[in-house]
Design a protein around this ligand. Structure first.
Ligand SMILES: [Zn+2]
Length: 96
């Protein structure tokens, strides 16, 4: 018999999104219910407020649009899935 450990999270488990600068590791944390596309885009296009390193996103690109849409879709999906007989779970890396 083989056992496989699986770690899953549900949408209701996700409370915040953390945007972290990969250079200095300062972070901005936004509650899921407060996400909006303008705020997400603003975080993405501005350089890190602590060390000044650019994020790498450019205004008007598909990448920036996808970034903003993902944040808002995550917020909206929590409401879409509430009370349904279908669960959406995300597999995450398990600690050994
Ligand atoms: Zn930084």
């Amino acid at each position: 018999m083989t056992f496989e450990k699986k770690c899953l999270i549900e949408l209701d488990d996700i409370l915040t999104i953390q945007y972290e600068c990969d250079h200095c590791h300062s972070a901005t944390v936004v509650p899921i219910e407060k996400l909006n596309p303008e705020q997400s885009a603003s975080i993405a296009i501005h350089a890190c407020p602590y060390c000044g390193t650019p994020s790498g996103f450019q205004i008007g690109t598909n990448e920036l649009r996808h970034f903003s849409e993902f944040s808002v879709a995550l917020r909206n999906m929590k409401g879409v899935m509430a009370g349904r007989n279908l669960k959406m779970r995300f597999g995450i890396k398990c600690e050994e």
